[in-house]
Design a protein around this ligand. Structure first.
Ligand code: HEM
Length: 304
């Protein structure tokens, strides 16, 4: 009897032991299964959220509001101005430093010094024409007149410079609010005026002294009386002024203008306003807050 009991006990213990191990095995399988299901669910949820986020961005893009800053006429003037300036720099600077190997390479590309000179003269004519056109545009077009007055420097520009420096140094919490043109843009504009007067004025003196002008397709423009009125002394001064101002202008363009419209981290690789003429609502609020507020007030007054 005792023996039979022993066998039964052993049997029961073995059953219990195997059941426990099977249960543990089964439990871990069920856990793994549940974990897999939950992970799948989480992934689905995340991709769903991503989809919604993408849709939100997409619809946000569609709804983005743009403001026109520069009309087509002004943009074309700017494109002609910078094309002429770039060509005048790449043909003029190698003529100033003819012994430099980069200059020699550049002069070689233009077919030697006479070619570089002819191309320089051609774009000089382009610069003179676009300068005169801009003057006419400023006085005749209503946009031109409006922008001209907006670009005039005033006392507020000086306080803006002061406050912006305080902001950069951490002594002021809010950024300075600008109108249609900040002091940076005004400086850019008037520096070009000054540059054009200097470059055209001194260029014309050198041109007269040479007695002829060869702007490629226009052939040779004869000015034989030029050397009679321009002495060697006047020519030497004009040449010095022309070449020094050319270097100064190049450095200002690269250091000031390129920083503000290309290398500034908010603009890199470039502001597209020169091409599209438009800026986003965010740019409008950040960079021309006073103009934006004025526009909103006008809209409100008109009941829009
Ligand atoms: C952004 C505008 C311009 C730049 C950067 C520029 C640059 C230069 C440079 C660096 C030189 C060499 C000076 C030297 O040999 O020391 C030069 C020469 C000259 N430039 Fe300009 N220039 C510009 C506009 C003009 C304009 C508007 C005219 C004409 C009205 C002009 C006419 C001349 C003439 C006649 C020379 C003498 C070179 C030659 O023909 O042999 N330039 N320019």
């Amino acid at each position: 009897m005792d023996k039979q009991n022993d066998i039964n006990d052993k049997f029961n213990r073995e059953v219990e032991k195997r059941l426990k191990s099977k249960l543990a095995e089964y439990e871990s399988r069920v856990r793994e299964e549940i974990q897999r299901e939950l992970q799948k669910e989480a992934e689905l949820l995340a991709s769903d959220e991503q989809k919604k986020e993408d849709e939100r961005i997409e619809s946000g893009k569609k709804k983005e509001i743009f403001y026109e800053r520069f009309g087509i006429n002004f943009r074309i003037q700017h494109i002609i101005l910078f094309s002429c300036t770039i060509m005048l720099i790449v043909t003029g600077v190698p003529l100033k430093f003819p012994k430099n190997s980069v200059s020699q390479f550049a002069i070689g590309l233009f077919g030697g010094a006479p070619g570089a000179r002819a191309i320089h003269h051609f774009f000089a004519l382009g610069l003179i024409i676009i300068g005169i056109y801009h003057l006419l545009y400023t006085f005749w077009s209503s946009h031109g007149r409006k922008d001209f007055f907006e670009l005039l420097p005033n006392l507020r520009d000086f306080s803006d410079v002061y406050n912006q420096i305080r902001y950069f140094l951490g002594f002021r919490k809010e950024k300075v609010k600008y109108g249609r043109f900040s002091y940076i843009e005004k400086f850019d504009y008037w520096a070009v005026y000054w540059g054009l007067i200097m470059m055209i004025g001194t260029g014309l003196v050198m041109w007269l002294f040479q007695g002829k002008f060869e702007p490629i397709i226009f052939g040779e423009i004869n000015l034989a009386w030029g050397p009679e009125i321009i002495t060697n002394y006047v020519h030497a001064i004009a040449r010095e002024m022309h070449s020094d101002e050319a270097l100064l202008a190049t450095l200002v363009i690269i250091g000031w203008h390129f920083y503000n419209v290309h290398f500034n981290p908010h603009k890199f690789p470039m502001s597209k306003v020169w091409l599209t003429g438009k800026i986003t609502e965010k740019e409008m609020k950040d960079e021309h807050a006073l103009e934006y507020e004025k526009m909103m007030k006008k809209k409100e007054d008109n009941g829009d």
